[in-house]
Ligand binder design. Structure first.
Ligand SMILES: Cc1cc2nc3c(=O)[nH]c(=O)nc-3n(C[C@H](O)[C@H](O)[C@H](O)COP(=O)(O)OP(=O)(O)OC[C@H]3O[C@@H](n4cnc5c(N)ncnc54)[C@H](O)[C@@H]3O)c2cc1C
Length: 484
């Protein structure tokens, strides 16, 4: 099959999966007012790959490395900086053209690429073969995947084996000749209800007495024992909003419960090798932080654009403090872009797999998470209180009050009031809404908390070298001692 149409993708979701939202079981998620938006968001990426213009298809479709057949770009296991750059370009294009996040193939393949790299490091030919065969399955059927890493974790200060019950971390509860049986729950899983396959990776390092928690595998979404409990979402545009032509984009997260789920051996990528659990979580995190910094660039570009436009509509482009704030905004965006680019240009090779530079990818993720709220504050500051109190589109459309709004809510003379209101609503969505609060939390936690990035930065940064250079400068180590 290679490249599916959006129709084929949607049909594949009518498979009797067990999905709940707001307390109700949903039979056909494609027709649900909230989950349907998630399906459409993912569907847009299928549509562009199958029917986009030639330039877009050249980016979203790659050649199978052995057969030359068309495959989705996300199913190219990166082997060079060029492959990583192409992945970023594909993410940018998807975001810019659909206005949505292309999540799924990217998180899922972040998991699978990590599982492949770690199977090589383990020297486990069977796991490596399983991962490569599974990749062929994804390539051939053009499947949507989600990445299930985060366990519910219970008491964070306690290890998996010391929790109130044994299932706060997903674990293997049985094994036989045919496969393994797993129990537990993964949480916050992006686009999970609309996925074809779930790829599971351990959430943390496991110790010797926690071998049953060191497990990684792939499983179809409609497998018996799997239940998706979804967060609720905003639903389609309302007539209160000034909004663009394109539909709302959503990627509903879900908690996935695995209630004694059977996984055949040929879909298992780790089972009990606790010594490599950290390596798998770490390698996944590196791939995934690179995905994060790739998708974040186009999204913060739009937000920076809101600040520029609002400064213009408010007639403030020449005000000193506004220019200073715009410079801070540009520095935030361009630092992120430069770091994302550097992470792709300086990969670390794990066998034949190019892993984005771990130090730079973590620095980039930390930069965007740590400075995001300050970035938002600058946009709020430039835009004014109207972000909190703006009239809505129903007011605008009511002839009894329309003329007041038209007359009083204008800004600089060269722009129409309507244009200013459209931009106020766009800016509000990004920095003063339920959605923007969601994104603030997402920016801090999704792809790992800031503490997780700092841990990896400490691990990767050349701390000993820094110390040695200081000791030479202080005369503690003699000048002329080799430093590298
Ligand atoms: C919108 C969204 C989408 C997401 N998508 C996915 C996805 O697709 N797949 C997936 O697997 N995950 C996903 N995540 C999960 C994300 O990776 C986690 O939210 C993140 O790793 C933090 O975990 P947590 O939410 O359990 O928070 P917690 O782990 O509870 O963290 C809260 C705070 O406690 C600190 N902390 C935690 N444990 C300890 C400890 N032992 N010692 C000291 N401090 C500690 C953390 O550093 C943080 O500061 C998503 C999250 C969000 C918000």
């Amino acid at each position: 099959m290679g490249i599916r149409t959006v129709k084929q993708y949607k049909e594949s979701l009518r498979d009797n999966r067990k999905v709940y939202i707001s307390g109700e079981r949903v039979d056909d998620i494609t027709a649900h007012p909230v989950l349907g938006l998630t399906v459409d968001t993912i569907g847009a990426s299928y549509e562009l790959a199958a029917e986009g213009d030639q330039k877009t298809r050249d980016l979203l479709i790659a050649k199978h490395p052995e057969t030359g057949e068309p495959i989705n770009r996300f199913f190219v296991t990166p082997q060079s900086a060029e492959d990583l750059h192409n992945r970023t370009r594909a993410i940018h294009t998807l975001m810019r053209q659909t206005g949505g996040l292309p999540f799924g193939k990217d998180i899922g393949t972040d998991c699978l690429n990590a599982a492949m790299a770690v199977a090589q490091q383990m020297g486990n030919a069977q796991y490596e073969k399983n991962a490569r065969n599974f990749l062929e399955h994804l390539r051939k059927n053009d499947l949507h995947t989600c990445g299930a890493i985060t366990c519910v974790k219970g008491d964070r200060s306690k290890e998996p084996a010391k929790q109130k019950h044994p299932d706060y971390y997903l674990r293997v509860v049985d094994k036989n000749d045919d496969g393994i049986v797993v129990n537990g729950a993964k949480i916050h899983i992006t686009s999970a209800p609309a996925t074809n396959e779930i790829i599971v990776v351990p959430t943390r390092q496991m110790r010797e007495n926690e071998a049953e928690y060191a497990v990684s595998f792939a499983i179809p979404a409609n497998t018996e024992g799997i239940t998706f409990i979804c967060r609720n979402g905003r639903g389609p545009w309302s007539d209160r909003e000034f909004h663009p032509e394109r539909p709302v984009r959503e990627l509903t997260e879900a908690m996935i419960v695995f209630d004694n789920v059977f996984v055949p051996w040929d879909r298992v990528f780790m089972c009990g090798e606790w010594q490599y659990s950290m390596q798998l979580a770490y390698t996944f995190a590196t791939f995934h932080r690179f995905t994060a910094i790739s998708y974040k660039v186009p999204s913060v570009e739009i937000m920076a654009g809101c600040a520029v436009a609002m400064a213009k509509y408010n007639g403030l482009m020449k005000a000193g403090h506004i220019r200073e704030k715009l410079a801070d905004i540009a520095a935030y965006v361009e630092t992120l872009r430069a770091l994302a680019d550097a992470a792709a240009s300086n990969p670390v090779m794990y066998g034949d797999i190019a892993v984005p530079n771990p130090l730079i990818a973590n620095m980039a993720k930390l930069h965007f998470a740590d400075k995001y709220h300050d970035f938002i504050k600058l946009i709020q500051d430039i835009s004014g209180g109207i972000l909190a109190t703006t009239p809505d589109k129903r007011d605008w459309n009511n002839p009894e009050i329309h003329d007041y709004l038209e007359y009083y809510l204008g800004g600089a003379a060269e722009y129409s009031t309507m244009e200013r209101l459209q931009m106020i609503h766009e800016t509000m969505r990004h920095v003063a809404s339920h959605e923007s609060a969601f994104h603030e939390v997402t920016t801090v936690h999704a792809e790992g908390s800031m503490a997780a990035q700092k841990m990896m930065i400490l691990n990767e940064a050349p701390m000993e070298k820094y110390e040695k250079r200081a000791k030479i400068a202080a005369g503690i180590i003699p000048i002329g001692t080799p430093v590298d």
